[in-house]
Design a protein around this ligand. Structure first.
Ligand SMILES: *[C@@H]1O[C@H](CO)[C@@H](O)[C@H](O)[C@H]1NC(C)=O
Ligand SMILES: *[C@@H]1O[C@H](CO)[C@@H](O)[C@H](O)[C@H]1NC(C)=O
Ligand SMILES: *[C@@H]1O[C@H](CO)[C@@H](O)[C@H](O)[C@H]1NC(C)=O
Ligand SMILES: *[C@@H]1O[C@H](CO)[C@@H](O)[C@H](O)[C@H]1NC(C)=O
Ligand SMILES: *[C@@H]1O[C@H](CO)[C@@H](O)[C@H](O)[C@H]1NC(C)=O
Length: 424
């Protein structure tokens, strides 16, 4: 009997120490701007807020595009460190271009995403449709994953992740939805047609919560619902800057066009000429890489090319007006990628679950804080990162002043078990 008890206790100690008492699901709804909840009725997200924590907005990283922002959330690193500095990139050392379907590991190994950190600590993790989900990072991948580029309806994604969390008993699920970003680009963020898509995303979060409930996981799952960036209205006819009017393409070895930002690689020695030619153009900001503001956390990476340009909010740059006209014809009324200090570029943040306080609004955090927050929730050690547990402390029920809750204080039962074990 005593032996039985003792081994049960040892097992439960292991259970506590290995973090199996808690699960985390991280959800990103692409392009969900901080004020979208105010546009219509969102009962499920509203409930999530009153059962947990939220903030006016989350501060994200620059450039405010899908790949850099998602990889920042996943790694806790700024783009200049994790290396995914854009949705499109040119790497002068590789002498090659990156697109949103590039899965070659060498582009991604500037950082370690949370799902790899989790499996390195013996936890089980699945990642669905997140940028980088299908990449082998130093030879490792999540236990189960679905590629960013594999089409899959949103409820199908929820079913997948919830099967991982319940049947496979995974500790971490990471999930990305494409909307409301696509609708935001197509209609523009102020169009009434966007409202339907916001309502649809609300009901998908409702579906996820229903699945968590019916799996009996409500007291285990810490759910974080956030986004990568916001959205603003653009005007491809009247707010367009044609860079080719000022710079001859033959001066440039490489061009990375992201509409609201451009990376240019002039031939050696021509950098100053290119900056000079563009510096008087209105509505854009052009600079040598070394002059990129520190606050963008972009300049200390070779994929930020030697000349960088970013546009004022709502303005679009092009080097090919034919291409832009084609884009305009498909309907393209909203965009992002602009300065991350603009309120329109900032995403939402909501978190709810056993670790989070109930019905409180806290100060904004930064998207680099999500990685150390999840490590903390899963009781695993984080890799070096740019986030801060101090900034997330105010949303947690049991926080200690140094921002780290030692394992033994996690649960009083743990202490009792430990004591009784010592007495034997
Ligand atoms: C660009 O440079 C090339 C080569 O020097 C020249 O042939 C061409 O006319 C220039 N284009 C413009 C628009 O100035
Ligand atoms: C500009 O875009 C059009 C349409 O996409 C393409 O056919 C053309 O080759 C492009 N021009 C240059 C100079 O890249
Ligand atoms: C968030 O951004 C706002 C404005 O862009 C800034 O005033 C605030 O200090 C930032 N907070 C954090 C935690 O980065
Ligand atoms: C949440 O807090 C607000 C005030 O901050 C209060 O009016 C509301 O009733 C609370 N909701 C719940 C569900 O506790
Ligand atoms: C971000 O964190 C990485 C890893 O610790 C570090 O190398 C880098 O200097 C940090 N960046 C900033 C701006 O502190």
């Amino acid at each position: 009997m005593q032996l039985y008890l003792k081994s049960t206790i040892l097992l439960s100690m292991f259970y506590c120490a290995s973090g199996r008492d808690t699960k985390v699901i991280l959800v990103s709804m692409d392009g969900f701007r901080n004020d979208y909840l105010g546009k219509t009725k969102t009962p499920y997200l509203d409930n999530l807020i009153s059962s947990g924590v939220t903030m006016k907005y989350m501060n994200n990283s620059f450039v405010t595009n899908t790949f850099p922002c998602h990889y920042t959330m996943a790694t806790g690193l700024y783009p200049e460190t994790h290396g995914i500095v854009g949705n499109g990139m040119y790497d002068p050392e590789f002498a090659s271009y990156f697109t949103m379907s590039t899965t070659e590991p060498r582009w991604w190994e500037g950082g370690e995403p949370i799902w790899i950190t989790a499996i390195k600590h013996g936890l089980k993790a699945g990642v669905c449709s997140w940028p980088g989900s299908d990449v082998s990072i130093y030879g490792q991948q999540a236990n189960k994953w679905i590629s960013y580029s594999q089409p899959m309806p949103p409820r199908g994604r929820v079913d997948k992740v919830m099967a991982w969390m319940s049947e496979d008993n995974f500790d971490l699920g990471v999930l990305h939805f494409d909307e409301p970003d696509l609708a935001g680009h197509h209609f523009g963020p102020e169009d009434p047609k966007l409202i339907q898509v916001i309502e649809e995303m609300d009901s998908i979060i409702g579906y996820l919560i229903h699945k968590i409930e019916s799996a009996g996981l409500m007291d285990k799952v810490n759910l974080i619902v956030t986004s990568d960036h916001g959205m603003t209205s653009i005007d491809l006819e009247n707010k367009l800057v044609d860079l080719s009017l000022y710079v001859n393409r033959s001066l440039l070895e490489a061009v990375v066009d992201q509409e609201s930002t451009f990376n240019l690689l002039p031939h050696k020695g021509r950098e100053d000429d290119v900056v000079a030619a563009l510096s008087k153009v209105e509505h854009i900001h052009v600079m040598l890489r070394r002059d990129i503001p520190e606050r963008f956390h972009l300049k200390h990476n070779r994929r930020a090319l030697s000349v960088f340009a970013y546009a004022d909010e709502g303005w679009t740059m092009t080097m090919n007006t034919t291409q832009t006209a084609e884009l305009a014809n498909t309907g393209f009324k909203g965009n992002h990628g602009y300065d991350n200090e603009l309120i329109s570029m900032k995403p939402i943040f909501i978190a709810s679950g056993p670790a989070f306080k109930v019905n409180v609004t806290v100060d904004p955090i930064q998207s680099v804080d999500i990685y150390p927050l999840i490590c903390h929730l899963l009781h695993i050690e984080s890799e070096p990162n740019n986030g801060s547990l101090e900034r997330v402390n105010s949303m947690l029920k049991n926080h200690s002043r140094d921002g780290f809750t030692p394992l033994v204080t996690l649960t009083p039962i743990f202490i009792i078990l430990l004591l009784s074990h010592l007495i034997w």
